[in-house]
Ligand binder design. Structure first.
Ligand SMILES: [Fe+2]
Length: 301
């Protein structure tokens, strides 16, 4: 793993390998106490936590790559594990997690197996739910916890106003763009959240899957927004031409060339693109994104 000091109190943590939802980039905060956010460093997680012994382990949202390390923290540290309020049951009840995610798409068993056997999902037993207004004030520095739901119901981002550093989490500033591949994602809230983060004064943007940005940050947010708008246009144009939903999904909203991917991942990719198609179709039925966000019209191509 790679540790990049951002300030004297913030260290950006990047695992060596983030493929297949087995890890994500995180942040360590060394204030009055030590806390870590999304410290899923893949195979190095246990050794990392054992050495660092943080007092607080904060999960930004329940998705596998961001959530499964909570139980590792409980095995190897005395840390309080903080879960975003509203997502507790996803992390504490495997049946609920599976039924709320892959359940509606008929892939519950394959997804359960993948989550447990490949990604190490275990039900979390002890935790503290936290709200967006939670300040983690005992850390001795200002951490503004932001409600950036939409990618997941209670996704959180973390802003350090004194240093103008933002840990955005999974907001889509990366080579893949924003993701909303479960039924519990919310496209409108996601765009709202991106616009909120885009408006903050930020010198250093730390992302879960797109590394660190120190320049052209507004442009990076615009690109994330543009990708959503382009996907909406793509769906709208094909629907106008009379293409069937299955054909649009097969061609790909987020994942093209799915047919070359081995199972069970191929089925998962179809499932996620189906959900993303459904979110776009619902938004189009409500008048499209620009109806709610007229500022998207002025995004430069
Ligand atoms: Fe996520």
């Amino acid at each position: 793993m790679k540790r990049t000091p951002i300030t004297d109190r913030l260290i950006f943590l990047e695992p060596d390998d983030m493929r297949l939802f087995k890890a994500c980039a995180g942040l360590m905060v060394q204030g009055a106490r030590k806390l870590v956010i999304d410290a899923n460093m893949g195979p190095e997680t246990a050794a990392f936590l054992q050495t660092e012994q943080p007092q607080a382990a904060i999960i930004s949202h329940y998705h596998l790559d961001h959530g499964v390390w909570g139980t590792v923290a409980q095995d190897h540290t005395e840390a309080d594990v903080f879960i975003p309020s509203g997502e507790e049951t996803y992390l504490t009840d495997l049946d609920f997690f599976v039924n709320q995610t892959a359940g509606p798409y008929g892939l519950a068993e394959a997804w359960r197996r993948f989550s447990v056997e490949d990604c190490g999902y275990r039900e979390l037993k002890h935790y503290t739910p936290y709200d967006p207004e939670h300040a983690f004030a005992d850390q001795g520095l200002a951490i503004v916890c932001l409600d950036t739901g939409g990618h997941s119901p209670s996704h959180r981002s973390f802003y350090f106003p004194e240093d103008k550093v933002l840990f955005s989490g999974d907001m889509g500033v990366d080579r893949f763009g924003p993701w909303y591949g479960w039924a519990d994602c919310d496209l409108r809230r996601l765009v709202e959240a991106i616009l909120t983060l885009r408006s903050l004064p930020v010198d250093v943007l730390l992302t879960s899957h797109g590394g660190m940005l120190t320049s052209a940050i507004t442009e990076a947010w615009d690109l994330a927004l543009r990708r959503i708008v382009e996907r909406e246009n793509y769906v709208a144009q094909r629907l106008e031409k009379g293409r069937l939903p299955e054909a649009i999904v097969a061609e790909g909203i987020f994942f093209p060339q799915k047919s070359q991917v081995p199972e069970p991942m191929q089925s998962f990719l179809y499932m996620w693109d189906t959900a993303m198609y459904d979110h776009h179709r619902k938004m189009l039925e409500e008048g499209g994104l620009v109806r709610f966000f007229p500022e998207l019209r002025s995004l430069k191509p």
